[in-house]
Each structure stands twice: as C-alpha cells, then as structure tokens.
Design a protein. Structure first.
Lengths: 672, 169
C-alpha cells in the first residue's frame, strides 16, 4: 500500500509536468487536442492525489505504524476526529493535504475557465499545474508521507505512535488548518486568472469579475482560518490573549491584508477601468505571500511555536518564489500598454481617492507586519546582531495604522464616485462626527485615559453611524415607494445590491472586532497557588477552589480544579479549568474555563502545579469586551456570504463607449 | 424619522459608554505579581531553543517552561531588592542575551527597524496626493483618454469607411 501511495504522488507529479507542456504547446501551436488533454490531466491529477490522500488517511485510521508519518503523528487511543486532523498535523501530511486542495481548486478553475474564458483556459491550467507540480515534487522527493520505518533491509512497525501534538487536540484544530489552507491555496486561482489575462491581453472585464468572486471566496476561507486560529489561541493556549504576533500567525495575516486591498481596489477597475497594474500587483503579491507564508512555516527561517520542524525544503521555496516573482514582474512590465487606465481622477475628494488611501494604509500595515517578522533575519544579516521583535513592537506600529484604517472604513463609503460636494460631505459627516466626538467627551469624563482605546471607541461609533445611515436612508426610500416594513425594506435593499451592503456588514464586523481589541487595554490578571478552600481576589471577583479532581482516560490524564466564582460576594458560577497530560507524546496542555459575557470574560487557567506538587497554580483573567471580537468575526463571515449572493438587480458599469464616428475617421469617447 | 435617529444614536452611545465604563471599574491585583508580569512582558521566552517560543516570559504557557522557571525567581529577587522593573529587564538581557528583547532599541539598526514601517506609510501618504494631482493634470492636458484597445476599433472603422468611400466612388 505504501508503494501505491507513493506511486500516486509520483504519477501525479509527472502528469503535472505533462499538463503544463501540453497546455502551452497546444495553445501556442494551435493544437486543441493538446489543450483538452491538459484539461483532462487536471482531472487525472485530482484522482491520483485523492487516492494518495485516501491511502494516507486509511493508514492513520488503521494505526499502521509502519509509516514514519503515522507513528510520529498518531496513536491507537487518539480520538477519531484528531486522527483525521493528523493528516495535516505534520510537515509531509500537510503538504499532501495542501496538494489535494490545490488539485480540487485546479479542477474548479479549469471548469470555470473552459465555461467562461475559453481563450485563457490553457494558461490557467498551466499555471495551476505548475503550482501543483511544485508541491507534489516536494512530496515526491523531499517530504514523503509514505516513508516507512526500516531496520536494515526490513520494514518494521512500532507498537504505538507518539500521538498528535496535544495543542492540536482541540475541535477547533480540526477546522482551523483546513480553512487556512483553503484560503492559502485558493489565492492561486485569482493569480492564475490574472496572469492568463496578461498573457492573452484579455479585452473586457469579464475575467476580473471571475477573479473577484474567487478572491472573495478564498478571502472568506482565509478570514475564517485566521479568526479560528485566534479563537483557538484564546481557548487553548491559556495566556489570556488571542494574537501573539507569532511569525506563523503573521504569515497568515499578510495575504489576508493584500487580499483585502485587492477586494477594494478591484472596484476601481470594474467601475472606472483604473488601477489595472496595481490590481495585478496585488493579486500576485497575495499569491506570493501565501507561498512565502508556507516557506516561513516550514523552513525554520524564523522561530515559532507553530512552525514545523526545520527541513531542507526552504531552499526550493526560495527558488520557486524568485523565479515566480521574476516572471510576474517581467510579464507586468511587458504588458504595461494593455494595463493603461481607461479613466482619470476627477477630484481628490472622491471615492477613488479613498480607495487609494485605503490601499496605501493596508499595504503599509502589511509591510509593517512583514518587516517585523523578518527583522531578526535582516538585522542579523546586516549588523551581525539578531534583534528579536515581539508583540510590543507589532502593537506599537500597527495600532496607529489600524486606527487610520478604521477611520477610512467610515469615511470611504461616504464619498461619491468622481467628486464629492461640500453639501454631501456636510450631510454625511455631521451627525456621525458630532455623535462620536460626544462619545469621546463622555468617555474622558468617565475617567478613561487610555488614548488608543478612547480613539478606537470614538471611531467605532463614527463608522457604526455611517453604516447605519447607509442602510437607513436606502431602506426608507424603498419603504416609502413599496409600502413595506422597515426591516423588510432593509432586506430588499441588501438583496438589490448584495455586494455593497454585504461589504457594509463586513465593515460592521470589523468595527465590532475593534471594540473587542480596544477592551484589551483594560485586561486584569492575577495568579496564585490555591489548595482546596483557598481563594484568590481579582477586582470584584473572588475565585475559591472547592475541589480538585482527576479524570483519566486511555489518551490522557486530566487534573481538574473546581472553582466557585463570586462577584461582589454572591456566587456567580462554578468553573472547571483543566490540565491534561498526554501519555503518547509525554506532554501536557491546559483547558481553560471561560465565562463569556458582552461586558467581559472571566478566564481561568490551570497553569501548573506548585513546586511541592500539592497545589494547583491558577491564573485568573478579566478580559473586557473579548466577546465582541467573536461577534464581529461572525458578522464579517455573514457579510461576506451576503456579498457572494448575486444581486437582485444586475449592475452594469459602462466606462468607455463609441457614440459616433465622423467623416474623417475620428472617434469620440465618452466617460460615464 | 428624526426621533428614530436620535434614539438609535442614544442607544449606541449608551452601549459603548456602558461597556467602557464596566471595563474601567475593575481594580488591580497583587502588586508583586503584576510587576513580575510587567517585566516578563518585556522579555522574550527562550523555552523552545534559540529565538524563543515567540511568546513573552509573562505569556508563555508551556507546561513547566524551563526558561520561565529559570528567569522568574531572578526577576522576583531583583524586584524584591527594590530594583526598578526597567532595570530588571536590562539585567535579565545582560545575563541571558539580547535575544530576550521584544522590541529593537531605538538606536543604530534598531532605530532603522522602528522607522521603516512609518517611513513607508508616510511615503505612501505623500505619494497618493501627488499621483492624484498628476492624473488630474494629465487629464487636463491630454483631453479625453484614448484606450489602446480602441485603437484597434478605430482602425477597423477607418478600414470600413475607406471601403465604403471606395465603393461609392
């Protein structure tokens, strides 16, 4: 079976090479049968990679510990859901998982291309198979998940495996990596469409509609992946936070930021025919940042708790990135004439300008994260001293940038396309500005002195009111015209332009998350060694240990502290933080207890045992407003889903058209 | 319409003010623990080998984290002896190495590290208005924009007109 799995990988790698050659030769030499053959190679690669993945999964589920990968990532008593998660729990398996997702995406991209972009499909197939082939090559020659344990010439097996990393044994870990991978790999599709459009000098904007749709889908997956990662860190790692600016966390954020920038600037191309070069750069940057993030996770270039073991595959990623970026830059420079803008800017105070500023801020934020992540490596190379960078640096740099971005989130949609009049500015800005400044005054009067948090709350209200007015004004018009209730009018309004109002909902999600982020400025924490009957006071809360329990099963031994929580002297709830010790991997992890409310979370972590082993060490946190982050995340996901629903009214954005011809050939162009 | 607006604004104001007020009323805990967290929050944990685990000493939650167990007693000792938290941070860095820093020092290459993100942002904010003005000026000078794709359309029209004229003549 081990040979079958490896052969499937090897054949699919060869098929990728064949597919790339067939697609390009077929297109360039005008041989359609070769193009069709390349499209069928995509299907064959999917079948083979699916077979290889199925064989690896079977080996994991059947506890086949002859495989080095299975022995290192699973064990007999591992629950079923985590056995499935073991597929992507290690370097080799996760590369195969990545390849399987890429193969599925390639299939969908080839289908979409054949149906809607017949003249581009050969290049789309060639690009997708090149990316796919790179990863399959790594699996086939560098990181083989079907490697068996050998003793001399014989295949041997171990009695039980080492088990999955305890930190990964959480239900969220069964969803978080697949979502992230769906995002990472998915960005290859818009990249393939963009490059194919450059090669074929696509007239019209149809391909950009397809690309935008793909980007939104993959952006949604990436968002869910990033947010689930934050949630996982909060409920599993036990340090009371959700984002540590770890290099691997940063790696997932980078393409998300450039993808966000693209989703905004692509509107300029669709509606005004502008920023074409910029959009191609953003799509390409997003894709290469995905590859870069994968390289970062797997090369050992920067240290991270999330990183896979250091391996030689980093060099191959560097080559792939260098060649890929080089070719993309060459292609863009070569096609600059095709990428010229069709319209120009009418006014600095316009929606177009706000998009430009939005992109600059997003890109600055992306650069700040990338710079901080790579700074230890850069400083070591330049000055010889490895200057490490942690959360304080990222917070100091990114918080002000984030606040400017939040401001633009409120301001941008209020500007009209082309030109915004003073009257319109007054009408749109007056109430939001007055209300948010009033809130600022109230907060300061109440004693709030944290500058960034205060500014954040003020801006959150500003953006909330602008979004509310956008919905309210539109709904009122529909309400009066169609005589329907306001909530129904609001749904009708959203349905008429799902993209616009879905976008506003996404903005609202960001606002809710920002409220949650600002709450971190007021976090409280306390720690103590507590025996049964001992208590810990933190603010108005008292934590009293009433029992210590043990609960062992075949997979792990669990210590549980039963803690009564009192607020202002009254019993509020009983919480049960745990500490688990996993037999197979001989490592432990905590299971925090959280009482989540809109105002604040009470967060209890079983941090360890006292030096004499008699008392548990408990850490109590009061984390204000954290729940708003998860509510914001749900709103963001909902908003994106709304934006993906086709609008009831199809909108056309004519940009340039010929309205007349003169006797002496001369074309009059109009802009709309 | 106005009353609904005002009511909505009042509700939003009250909700945000209430949540912020709740956050403000929580009191602080034990001072030594908090001072240890303050110091630990400025030191990068090294429990996963060179380069550290990417968490701070205060936040690292590895079971029996070897580095935290080594460095925490020293921090406590120094703080108990009355050394200021900032000085304790420098003491620990001097003893365990500069890898413990969580942010670059604002001098030498570290200053460059701090300045770069803001320099890029400033450059972007300067370039955008410049680009916008340039686009506007170009538009005024050049008149309507001629798209390269339309050159082909123009050529087709020219050919068609020439054909028609030739036929008519």
């Amino acid at each position: 079976m081990e040979n079958l799995g490896y052969l499937a990988v090897l054949f699919s790698f060869c098929l990728c090479i064949y597919g790339v050659v067939a697609a390009l030769v077929g297109k360039l030499r005008g041989k359609p049968f070769l193009e069709v053959s390349a499209e069928r190679a995509v299907l064959a690669v999917w079948v083979l990679v699916t077979a290889a993945s199925g064989l690896l999964l079977y080996a994991i589920l059947a506890n086949d510990f002859r495989y080095s990968y299975v022995a290192g990532r699973s064990n007999i008593d591992l629950p079923l859901i985590y056995k499935l998660a073991a597929w992507w729990g290690g370097q080799e398996g996760s590369l195969l998982f990545w390849s399987w997702i890429a193969a599925t995406y390639s299939l969908l991209a080839a289908y979409t291309g054949r149906k809607y972009h017949r003249d581009m499909v050969a290049y789309i197939v060639a690009i997708m198979l090149t990316v796919q082939g790179f990863f399959l090559g790594l699996i086939a020659f560098i990181a083989n998940p079907f490697q068996v344990l050998m003793s001399g010439p014989n295949i041997v097996s171990v009695a039980d495996g080492n088990g999955l990393n305890p930190l990964l044994q959480h239900p969220m870990m069964a969803i978080h990596p697949p979502m992230l991978y769906l995002g990472y790999v998915g960005f290859a599709v818009p990249f393939a469409f963009a490059i194919a459009s450059l090669i074929t000098r696509q007239p019209g904007d149809r391909w950009i509609h397809t690309t935008r749709y793909w980007t939104m889908v993959t952006w949604l997956f990436q968002s869910i992946g990033v947010l689930l990662g934050a949630r996982w860190a909060y409920v599993v790692l036990g340090w009371g936070g959700y984002w540590a600016w770890d290099p691997v966390e940063n790696a997932s954020l980078l393409p998300w930021i450039t993808g966000t920038a693209f989703l905004h600037s692509v509107m300029m191309q669709e509606k005004k025919g502008m920023m074409k070069v910029w959009n191609i750069v953003l799509v390409s940057a997003t894709f290469f940042l995905c590859i870069f993030g994968t390289f970062l996770t797997r090369s050992g270039l920067v240290s991270s708790v999330h990183a896979f073991a250091q391996s030689p595959i980093g060099t191959y990623f560097v080559w792939f990135l260098t060649i890929g970026i080089g070719l993309t830059i060459y292609l863009i420079l070569n096609r600059l004439d095709y990428l010229k803008s069709e319209n120009e800017l009418d006014s600095v105070v316009s929606r177009e300008s706000s998009f430009l500023f939005n992109n600059v801020i997003l890109l600055a934020s992306c650069f700040a994260v990338l710079w901080g992540t790579l700074f230890p490596v850069i400083s070591e190379a330049v000055s010889g001293e490895k200057i490490t960078v942690g959360a304080p640096f990222f917070n100091k740099v990114n918080v002000p940038i984030g606040l400017v971005l939040l401001f633009l989130t409120g301001v941008g949609p209020l500007f009209a396309w082309r030109r915004t009049s003073v009257e319109s500015l007054k009408r749109n800005f007056l109430w939001p500005a007055v209300a948010s400044l009033a809130l600022g005054a109230v907060l300061v009067a109440l004693g709030m002195r944290h500058f960034y948090a205060t500014v954040c709350f003020v801006l959150c209200l500003f953006v909330t009111i602008t979004i509310f007015f956008e919905f309210y004004r539109g709904s009122r018009v529909i309400q009066s015209k169609q005589r329907m209730a306001l909530p129904l009018a609001m749904i009708e309004l959203t349905h008429r332009n799902t993209r616009r109002y879905g976008g506003y909902l996404v903005h609202m999600g960001v606002v809710l998350m920002c409220i949650g982020f600002a709450g971190a400025a007021f976090n409280q924490v306390q720690q103590a060694e507590l025996g049964v009957g001992d208590s810990l006071q933190l603010g108005k809360y008292e934590f009293r240990v009433i029992d210590l329990k043990e609960d062992n099963n075949a997979n792990n031994a669990t210590s549980i502290a039963v803690v009564d929580v009192y607020k202002n002297g009254e019993l509020l709830t009983t919480m049960r933080p745990e500490r688990r010790f996993y037999y197979a991997s001989q490592t432990g992890t905590g299971q925090v207890a959280i009482r989540a409310r809109l105002s604040e979370d009470v967060y209890l972590n079983y941090a360890g045992m006292s030096t004499d082993g008699s008392k548990p060490i408990l850490e109590a946190y009061i984390n204000p407003l954290v729940t708003w982050i998860w509510l914001g995340a749900l709103t963001l996901v909902f908003g994106t889903l709304v934006a993906l629903v086709p609008s009831k009214i199809k909108r056309v954005h004519p940009k340039t058209r010929i309205i007349a011809t003169a006797r002496k050939p001369h074309v009059v162009l109009t802009k709309s | 319409m106005w009353s609904l607006r005002k009511a909505s604004l009042a509700i939003l104001l009250a909700a945000l003010a209430a949540s912020a007020a709740v956050a403000q009323t929580v009191t602080t805990g034990d001072e030594m623990f908090l001072r240890m967290r303050e110091v630990g929050g400025k030191l990068r944990c090294q429990c996963e080998g060179p380069g550290g685990c990417s968490y701070t000493v205060a936040d690292c939650n590895m079971l029996r984290c070897s580095f935290r167990e080594k460095v925490n007693p020293e921090i406590r000792k120094a703080l108990t002896a009355g050394v200021a938290p900032e000085a304790v941070v420098e003491q620990m860095i001097a003893k365990f190495g500069s890898e413990l820093r969580t942010e670059p020092l604002p001098q030498g290459f570290g200053l460059f590290g701090w300045a770069m993100p803001f320099a890029v942002l400033a450059l972007g904010l300067v370039v955008v208005p410049f680009v916008v003005r340039r686009w506007k000026r170009q538009e005024r000078l050049a008149g309507p924009v001629r798209h390269p794709l339309n050159e082909r359309v123009v050529a087709d029209y020219e050919a068609a007109i020439e054909r028609d004229l030739a036929e008519n003549e």
